[in-house]
Design a protein around this ligand. Structure first.
Ligand code: SF4
Length: 442
């Protein structure tokens, strides 16, 4: 939990000597709280107080960056619930590839993974990581898997093995990608640190249970190593969810450092429906990485859409550029429609215009990302703002007619818009689904 001014005051010498430039120690505590002063300005502050203050200034969950071209940030969250502020770093979905697979199977899976991406509301949704697992315990098989994975379009890797010698060679192949290292089962901290420390690579911490995981994390912090990712996988969905919740609460509410790291969960050997349900649960609460072993377009579309929704800043709607869009190959007599720059509205309206097969112009007004009715209620989608957008887009030079189609929900704007623009206003359908029929009959 963040320190209060009183907590900080208790750490100060309380002599009110004024050498820091503040009239009292309490005033200095207030300046420290608002980051207008640094602890060094008090010549009498103890080393312990400095340590506590420095620790309190760190974010409650460390951000760890992995990958090469498309860098991925993990952790770095500051709240328990999205509506309190936002969640910053979307859960990475890693697909597990085992070196027990035949070379042909590996190639097929990589080809499937390479094409596993989607466009939604103007954003590209994709798989982020490959979890390469040395299940065979054979070094050559593992290195061949790593080499194949390096040819894929994915630029982030997790290397999993029971054998530190095998991991060492796999690390040398993938080092520029800053791989995540997972030395499995019963290995001591010294062994894993000897693999990762000089390269400062992140590694996965896994104890016998959550308490043990936290002990190992604490030990690593004492050894001044903080590139950690905690494995929260339990024996059931319930236990994993409980582990994830405990870790997030300890990190955010108690500022408990051993819990303040990104978290990974493994979803393996499940029926597809079960696996999708579990993965969705962990995306919602609070996994930084979920490792899955299924490759299925429908399932991944659902999961990536869920992720996109959860990790969209609730205070910043996704927007598209406000301008005049051409849909199909419109000409001077083509209809002109108007809508707002809320992404979801735009990407709902556009396909319906396309479905109509009537080439059209779509004027998108800057409503700060609000949908039609919300923008109208907030006075962002008004006769004035639409007229302004019409002028700025030079629509009178683009079409030869003087008719503009407004959404049915804002029919109330028609009179004022006709006055403002001098154009004839046609009230379109309320729902986007009505657009094809409306345009065809126009
Ligand atoms: Fe207090 Fe230190 Fe400032 Fe003196 S210099 S008033 S002890 S905070």
């Amino acid at each position: 939990m963040a320190l209060t001014a009183l907590d900080i005051y208790k750490l100060l010498p309380k002599t009110n000597c004024k050498k820091c430039g503040s009239p009292t120690c309490l005033a200095f505590a207030m300046r420290l709280l608002t980051k207008k002063a640094s602890p060094e300005e008090c010549p009498y502050i103890s080393e312990e107080a400095k340590r506590v203050l420095a620790q309190a200034a760190e974010p409650p969950i460390r951000t760890i960056t992995v990958g090469k071209e498309k860098k991925i940030e993990l952790g770095g969250e500051t709240v328990l619930f999205r509506h309190e502020k936002t969640f910053y770093h979307p859960t990475s979905i890693a697909i597990k590839l085992s070196d027990d697979l035949s070379p042909k199977e590996i190639e097929e899976r990589i080809a499937q993974i390479n094409s596993l991406y989607f466009e939604r509301v103007g954003q590209r949704l994709e798989i982020n990581m490959l979890a390469l697992s040395n299940d065979s315990q054979n070094k050559e098989k593992f290195l061949n898997l790593v080499r194949k994975a390096l040819e894929s379009k994915i630029a982030s890797f997790m290397l999993i093995s029971h054998d530190s010698a095998n991991l060492k060679e796999a690390i040398s192949l993938t080092l520029p990608f800053r791989p995540i290292i997972y030395l499995k089962e019963g290995k001591n901290l010294e062994e894993i640190l000897s693999l990762v420390k000089d390269k400062n690579l992140p590694f996965i911490v896994r104890g016998k249970d959550l308490e043990d995981t936290l002990k190992i994390s604490e030990e690593a912090i004492e050894k001044n190593y903080k590139e950690l990712i905690l494995d929260a996988t339990g024996s059931s969905l319930g236990e994993t969810l409980q582990n994830l919740t405990i870790l997030r609460r300890l990190a955010i509410l108690k500022n408990f450092r051993p819990a303040g790291f990104p978290v990974v969960c493994f979803v393996e050997n499940r029926e597809k429906e079960r696996a999708v349900l579990e993965t969705g649960t962990y995306i919602a609460k609070y996994a930084s990485i979920v490792v899955v072993d299924f490759i299925d377009r429908e399932a991944h579309l659902a999961l990536l859409t869920l992720r996109q929704n959860i990790f969209t800043d609730p205070q910043k709607p996704v927007t598209v550029e406000p301008k005049l869009y051409e849909i199909g190959t419109p000409h001077k007599d083509s209809p002109l429609l108007v809508t707002t720059n809320f992404s979801l509205t735009f990407y709902t309206v556009t396909p319906e215009i396309e479905n109509s097969k009537v080439p059209s112009y779509l004027l998108v007004v800057d409503t700060e990302g609000m949908s039609v009715l919300t923008a109208w209620a907030a006075e962002k989608f008004t006769a004035e703002s639409i007229s302004k957008a019409m002028r700025e887009s030079n629509v009178e030079k683009v079409v030869s007619h003087r008719r503009i189609i407004i959404p049915g929900y804002v029919a109330v704007l028609s009179g004022k818009l006709e006055e403002e623009s001098g154009w004839q206003v046609i009230v379109g359908p309320k729902e986007a689904s009505g657009i094809p029929k409306f345009l065809r009959q126009l």
